[in-house]
Design a protein around this ligand. Structure first.
Ligand SMILES: C[S@@+](CC[C@H](N)C(=O)[O-])C[C@H]1O[C@@H](n2cnc3c(N)ncnc32)[C@H](O)[C@@H]1O
Length: 304
């Protein structure tokens, strides 16, 4: 595992790994009709939480999404009623835009280009069509995309009413710098909404097998156990932060924040397989660290 995030891209792209991922992308096209409505439900839930923090509807706002990734689902969802900017370490091409792919080649390397073009060709159109239909739009209001590092110098954009992010902060080498930037990028009274995938969850290791249909064949919490940790290879840089570290960071930087633990169905799935011997091996981890999948931190920047 790297100690610092690779400069060009947060993910790693060996040939075997890329082929496995593209094969899974191809197979997942059959699930678009169930996956996309599930995602819509999750995005709507996030919107309601942001709305509660703001005390008003999420409309006519300046919003920044950190690390929107290739799918742009959330940025396009919020883009219907707001002005959205997306900032990502990777170059994000929209459609088949050759100049973006050349820029991506320079900035993120050939592995990233192959994966992006592959994904675009295999399911890009079906994915976009399904999302547009669910959102009830014919064309998307795409975000303004900027290429940048949230752990670097504060980007010269904003200020924003909302800064939001999903599945990015677990990949950052310097979460403190990132939260500092988030607070600087917000208007006074603005809301942050940061959802992260917890390292100590069963698939927090980001081994590609867990995201391509084989999670149940891997040893439970195997990356946390000395007897099995060698079997795992993360597909992206991970800071490996524990729940206590996130809690400490947000307690210091935004004392009035709210924490939401999302376990989804992991108690039902994994608790029946937790033997006394396994619990002993994982003795240093509390249940909430093992069964929580995502942690959300949300709050407001003080007005004065
Ligand atoms: C796991 S993907 C999540 C994509 C999307 N948010 C989602 O939930 O589907 C992580 C994204 O964060 C971006 N990222 C990683 N490190 C970053 C950094 N330091 N600054 C900005 N973006 C970063 C990656 O390029 C990638 O697009």
């Amino acid at each position: 595992m790297h100690d610092v995030q690779p400069q060009k891209s947060y993910a790693t792209f060996g040939l075997a790994r890329s082929i496995r991922q593209l094969k899974h992308v191809w197979e997942s096209r059959r699930q678009i009709d169930t996956d996309m409505p599930t995602l819509l439900g999750l995005v709507q839930e996030s919107e309601q939480r942001i709305q509660r923090q703001l005390g008003r509807k999420v409309e006519q706002l300046q919003m920044l999404e950190i690390g929107p990734g290739q799918g742009l689902e959330r940025a396009r969802y919020f883009g219907r009623k707001n002005t959205v900017t997306g900032m990502d370490l990777d170059v994000i091409p929209v459609g088949f835009d050759m100049s973006s792919y050349l820029h991506m080649l320079q900035e993120n390397g050939p592995g990233r280009v192959v994966k992006s073009i592959g994904r675009r060709m295999l399911i890009g159109e079906a994915h976009d069509t399904a999302w547009a239909s669910l959102l009830g739009v014919e064309t998307f209001n795409n975000p303004k995309l900027i290429h940048g590092n949230i752990c670097g110098e504060t980007p010269n954009v904003g200020p924003f009413d909302v800064v939001m992010s999903w599945s990015v902060f677990e990949h950052l080498p310097n979460p403190r710098q990132a939260v500092e930037n988030v607070l600087k990028l917000l208007k006074p009274g603005g809301v942050f909404y940061i959802s992260l995938h917890l390292y100590t969850s069963n698939n927090g290791h980001h081994d590609i097998r867990a995201f391509t249909g084989d999670e149940d064949s891997l040893p439970l919490w195997g990356h946390l156990r000395p007897s099995t940790e060698e079997m795992f290879a993360p597909s992206a840089y991970l800071n490996q932060w524990r729940l206590s570290q996130w809690r400490q960071l947000f307690a210091e930087m935004a004392p009035d924040h709210q924490e939401i633990l999302e376990a989804f169905e992991s108690y039902e799935r994994f608790a029946p397989r937790m033997t006394p011997q396994l619990r002993d091996e994982l003795a240093e981890y509390a249940d909430e660290e093992l069964y929580t999948i995502n942690v959300v931190y949300t709050g407001r920047k003080p007005i004065a």
